[in-house]
Design a protein around this ligand. Sequence first.
Ligand code: CP
Length: 311
Amino acid sequence: MVSFDLNHVIESQQFDRDILELVFRTADMMKEDLAGDRKLAKFLDGKIMASLFYEPSTRTRFSFESAMRRLGGEVITTENAREFSSAAKGESLADSTRIINGYADLIVMRHNEAGSAARAAEISRIPVINAGDGAGQHPTQALLDMYTIVDAFPQMNNLKIALVGDLRYGRTVRSLSYLLTKYEGIEIVFVSPPVCRMERDIKDYLDKYQVPWREEDDLSEVIREIDCIYMTRIQKERFHSIDDYREAAGKYILTPELVAQMKRDAIIMHPLPRVDEIPPVVDSAPQARYFEQAQNGLYIRMALLYLLLKS
Ligand code: CP
């Protein structure tokens, strides 16, 4: 089997099919272990994970912290690192990273600036995991997204995937787009208003790997042909213009009427949190996978901690 030779997890492009397969099979092992005899409950005994979140989070932070504890490791953390770490006193990210290197075995970091995790990794002796860097990337979200898609469609044959909503500032859809190039027969439909179009660098990457893509404005025009619809929140906090935000907000709502037009075996995903783009009434639809998707985050993050810290 392929070995896991990554020192840090910064961007989705680090993962090829062999490493993806290793991560996914390790996540399967974590899921089985949690449901079974808990042989791995002390596997990371004595290891410490520093979770350093400069931006809010529910899923990523809690699932990483839960993952570490479920493997027997410990967690050091701060509420809102922007306010309660020495960043509030002007300490640089480089200095914080150097200092935490002496206290922990791994850093999980969410930051408001794209490229911040890569900068921290450059000077860090211990693994750095990017838990979301501004409008840059969110590679561990992409891994759990891909794990969810492969679970729903094990053959991965000729899938049509719609990425819907805030594609301009959405780091989850950027990271997922990179991973989708690793599979054959994928076609991507970007559904967004003009103010939230997917950036050129991702389109160029898809072209390079010969992944067909197109852009649409109207979700109802494409809903019948899609196998996987990936809804996203319009991220008010990342818009530079309130007029642009108003143009995008509330435009894509996956109503029960739209869900009724979907293929029966299609799936609905969302990285969460949601605002109004998926009404709660849709949660009971057979296509809804977003809570299972969030749960998969625990298994994927356990797998990453295991693979990065096991030696
Ligand atoms: N999907 C995701 O990153 O959720 P959080 O912001 O709650 O971590």
